[in-house]
Design a protein around this ligand. Structure first.
Ligand code: 5AD
Ligand code: SF4
Length: 473
């Protein structure tokens, strides 16, 4: 059971006072100050950036997509793999030029990389144009940190990867009008041996169900049609809360909200995906028929070294149960190839699992050593080339499966939610099936935000293509 700490209301009120102060100075400027927010990584980070934008908007900032125009540049970073980090370093390095062109520019480095001590040191020493660096757990203090940065002489580092808490009442400036992220919990207690997340986002803590329901009702009222409940491990939602509740109960309660909308969630951990969860999904008509259930590896020894808490067979039983409860469910997954010591035959266990599971889509990653994690201590004898060959084999297998699955949609008329427009003249709309598959659609722009019937005409391994056949809702 976790200790659960909620930030006291008076501390949030103090941040609001600082926002008011910054708003007054923004309004006193001859032109509105502009912010550029660049986000890396997962949906949790997208959601955090919406909060940063919400606070910036309340402080009088407008937004720009051009970092040269910006008075403040925020880089919200991801630490999950080395190549993501390298991209961040490249882009932060390039901000030397924007700052040279506009010396009053404030550069902010936040997100998961800002909670990794080695990265903090590197930024302190070698990226001297970064003015403010703070870790995800202090995001709610952004107004105060920004105020200190704007008024202080030196640089500000608030980078402790502390336990973290729940901060309610922070405004969010959401990106679209159709899809919304709704965080239900923060942090992670799983300690998968390869993963940096527990170190940078702290202990798992759940929001009170009342706060989540209030936000969900408001989102529906505001017209959002696709609500994704977010957490590193949503299936363990509710642990540590004073009231006894769980994720299945939360789904049922959100399902009871009036309105036409879909409930999605991510990410689920197989060890906590319970019969009760599948039942709640099956019995909730608004719960999308999709589960993203990362399996990570097919070999039992590797799964144990990864500290995943299930075996190959147990994973297969889970997805069989999900399909038994919801025969039309789409299942997607994540897998890591080249975990330290993975043998050829253990890799073949992964291929075998993928062949049997028949995922609708799968995200494949090459193992990336994260300093400070238990797996970083393991001996890694597989060469980069061998890992790449395994990666390519896995991708080829999954692409064929995805394409085969997508082919089954051809000729069918299905309900999809149109969630945006695209630049492709032939398919100006983007939509998602109830199961989350991407559909490129021909149709008129006013259909954005509506559920429509779409006739699927063709596909590839990543997406479906179709035409609108009359409005649904
Ligand atoms: N190396 C490679 N992939 C990783 N993931 C998490 N940590 C690592 C790592 N160190 C993958 C997992 C996870 C997804 C979000 O990223 O597959 O599910
Ligand atoms: Fe990246 Fe993980 Fe942080 Fe998300 S929680 S931004 S995936 S390190």
């Amino acid at each position: 059971m976790n200790e659960r700490a909620e930030i006291p209301t008076n501390e949030i009120e103090n941040q609001k006072k600082v926002m008011q102060q910054i708003l007054e100075s923004s309004q006193a400027r001859p032109v509105q100050p502009l912010a550029y927010v660049d986000t890396y990584g997962c949906q949790q980070n997208e959601s955090d950036s919406e909060k940063l934008r919400g606070m910036l908007a309340e402080m009088g900032y407008g937004f720009t997509g051009d970092e040269f125009q910006a008075d403040i540049v925020i880089i919200n970073t991801c630490a999950i793999r080395e190549n993501a980090e390298n991209r961040v370093f490249g882009n932060v390095g390039a901000l030397v030029h924007t700052k040279k062109a506009k010396p009053t520019q404030t550069i902010v480095f936040c997100g998961c990389m800002a909670a990794v001590p080695e990265t903090v040191e590197k930024v302190r020493q070698s990226y001297k144009h970064v003015d403010l660096m703070f870790s995800p757990n202090v995001l709610w203090r952004f107004p105060e940190l920004l105020h200190r940065t704007l008024t202080a002489k030196g640089r500000i580092f608030e980078t402790d990867a502390n336990e973290g808490a729940i901060a309610e009442g922070i405004p969010a400036h959401r990106d679209g009008t159709v899809k919304a992220w709704l965080p239900i919990m923060y942090g992670c207690d799983n300690h998968c041996s390869y993963c940096i997340v527990p170190y940078v986002r702290g202990q798992e803590r759940s929001r009170e169900p009342e706060a989540i329901l209030k936000e969900a009702k408001q989102l529906v009222k505001d017209g959002f049609k696709d609500i994704t409940l977010l957490g590193q491990n949503v299936n363990s939602y509710g642990m540590g809360l004073p009231c006894k509740t769980d994720f299945a109960t939360l789904i049922r309660k959100i399902n009871d909200i009036d309105g036409a909308f879909l409930i999605r969630f991510m990410t689920s951990h197989p060890k906590d995906a319970s019969t009760e969860l599948f039942k709640a999904m099956a019995e909730s008509e608004k719960a999308a028929r999709h589960i993203h259930l990362p399996f990570q590896a097919g070999g039992d020894r590797i799964l144990s070294l990864m500290n995943r808490g299930y075996t190959h067979e147990e994973y297969m039983e889970k997805i069989a149960e999900a399909r038994q409860q919801m025969p039309d469910i789409t299942i997607t997954s994540d897998v890591i190839v080249g975990f330290p010591g993975e043998t050829e035959s253990e890799f073949e266990d992964t291929l075998r699992l993928v062949e049997k599971a028949q995922f609708d889509a799968m995200f494949t990653f090459i193992y990336s050593k994260r300093p400070g994690t238990p797996a970083a201590e393991l001996e890694d004898t597989t060469t980069r080339e061998e890992k790449q060959i395994r990666f390519d084999r896995l991708l080829e297998l999954q692409n064929a499966i995805s394409e085969k699955k997508h082919t089954k949609y051809i000729g069918k008329s299905i309900s999809v939610l149109v969630d945006g427009e695209s630049h492709d003249e032939r398919y100006p709309l983007k939509a998602r099936t109830n199961g989350g598959r991407l559909v490129h659609l021909c149709g008129a722009g006013e259909l954005v935000g509506h559920f429509v019937q779409a006739k699927i005409t063709h596909c590839n391994s990543w997406s479906l293509f179709g035409e609108c056949g009359g409005e649904h809702i």
